[in-house]
Design a protein around this ligand. Structure first.
Ligand SMILES: [Ca+2]
Ligand SMILES: [Ca+2]
Ligand SMILES: [Ca+2]
Length: 459
């Protein structure tokens, strides 16, 4: 396995373009037009063969040319193109321009130390062509740009799966763009809410809760929050979101937290509209921001939405949906129909919210609009009553509710003048004419909810 040509050639090319040469060869007074080329030095490429006696990175026999890339050698490209399944345990501290898993490779890299991936070209920082490849810690994976940020820190998973079981940080530009039709499976926290994540194609699967600065899911791309054993204990946290209805953010049995500082009504209504489209007349197959669990259990469950302060009755920063959120945050979670306050239980607290707004128009889930027609009416009451007394749990997502006890509870509720007679309620809701139904399969442009302006806290 000593076909050393590729590495040797690349290595020589890397050293054959000293930048001083261009300057010294230039006649005096002639301005340089080669200046932009100075950084386009061909990078050394190291190609794994797996031919060593161990699977260690440091085993020279595993590399074309018999030389392992070592700590301190910057800006190399490392290529895995063997079909041997390799588990490489001792990856040293490296600063690479690209990490490439070519077709057929099934490689598990364990970063013993920190690795940086950086390039100022539009090349992808990581390419995984197929198979099942993974990068795990304890070392840290840092993504970023060398010199001038290129605005394009991209992970290209063309097919198969690339798994990040490694803590990821960024330099220069805190962003991560997923391209390619395959799946990027993320099993650790990406960063502490400063990272902008864009899914341009394929799927990003989040296996844990995430805190990101922004999430952008473009047409044809998908972001999925893996379901947890206990519904509502895993979530995606962000300060800005945009998505296409031809793509999806599937919250499965978890939720999301949109942390804003300003503009709660517009954000809330924008997300409500998105949920109305996703609900697609009760099927939850409308695309965009959705839940496959709700689609599988549409008669008993849905995605609900509420201001955190309204849902919990306080503005404290506290753990909710598996991570901390302040009062000025909008919560969206998979839960039972009728769970106005998003605590996973359909009970008296929800009834109070519902009853206080019965008959009102231009309303939201937390006030009892469980079918997203923006009116709190008899249809919502029926959805509520069918689940009354139930607690969301991992298994009984389908089943009848206790209508009698719900009606009984309503009868005992004498603290509100809200009408509970169905016909009167319908008569009181002429604004239904302003309701624009969202047909299934509706093609719409993407929704964009801008980053919250930092102009003081909502209270
Ligand atoms: Ca906030
Ligand atoms: Ca509740
Ligand atoms: Ca309604």
């Amino acid at each position: 396995m000593m076909s050393s040509q590729p590495r040797a050639q690349d290595g020589r090319r890397a050293r054959s373009l000293p930048t001083r040469f261009a300057h010294s060869a230039r006649p005096p007074g002639v301005s340089s037009i080669t200046e932009p080329l100075e950084r386009r030095v061909m990078m050394a490429a190291h190609t794994w063969t797996g031919g060593g006696t161990t699977d260690n990175w440091s085993d020279a026999g595993n590399w074309v040319g018999g030389v392992a890339p070592l700590s301190g050698e910057n800006d190399a490209v490392v290529v895995f193109n063997t079909t041997d399944a390799s588990s490489v345990q001792d990856v040293p501290s490296l600063a690479l321009t690209q990490l490439r898993f070519d077709a057929g490779s099934n490689v598990a890299l364990t970063l013993a130390q920190n690795t940086v991936l950086r390039t100022e070209t539009t090349d992808d920082e990581i390419v995984s062509a197929s198979g099942q490849n993974s990068i795990s810690g304890p070392g840290l994976l840092t993504l970023g740009s060398l010199g001038t940020p290129d605005g394009n820190t991209s992970i290209n998973v063309s097919a198969g799966t690339l798994e990040f079981g490694v803590a990821v940080s960024t330099i220069s530009v805190p962003e991560l763009t997923k391209v390619g039709a395959g799946t990027l499976s993320v099993s650790t926290g990406l960063s502490d809410d400063n990272l902008s994540v864009t899914a341009k194609a394929g799927t990003i699967l989040f296996n844990t809760s995430q805190r990101v600065k922004s999430l952008d899911v473009q047409s044809g791309a998908h972001v999925t929050l893996a379901p947890s054993a206990t519904p509502g204990t895993r979530s995606l946290f962000m300060r800005a979101i945009s998505f296409s209805y031809q793509g999806s953010i599937d919250l499965t049995n978890g939720g999301m937290i949109f942390d804003y500082d300003f503009g709660p009504v517009g954000i809330h209504y924008g997300l409500r509209s998105a949920l109305q489209v996703a609900r697609a007349n009760g099927t939850w197959k409308g695309g965009g921001l959705t839940s496959s669990f709700a689609a599988a259990n549409p008669t008993t469950t849905a995605l609900g939405i509420a201001e955190k302060a309204t849902a919990t009755g306080n503005t404290n920063i506290e753990p909710i949906l598996g991570q901390a959120a302040d009062g000025s945050s909008i919560l969206i979670r998979f839960t039972l129909l009728g769970d106005a306050n998003l605590d996973g239980v359909v009970g008296p607290a929800d009834l109070n919210l519902f009853a206080a707004h019965f008959g009102e128009t231009d309303q939201v889930w937390v006030n009892g609009d469980f079918d997203y027609d923006r009116t709190v009416g008899p249809a919502d009451f029926n959805l509520f009553a069918a689940q009354f007394g139930k607690t969301l749990s991992a298994t009984p997502l389908v089943g009848g509710g206790n209508v009698e006890s719900a009606v009984s509870a309503v009868a005992e509720l004498k603290t509100t003048a809200a009408p509970l007679d169905g016909q009167r309620a319908v008569a009181r809701t002429p604004e239904r004419r302003s309701f624009t139904p969202a047909p299934a399969g509706l093609v719409r442009p993407s929704i964009v909810v801008a980053p919250a302006a930092r102009r003081g806290a909502f209270s």
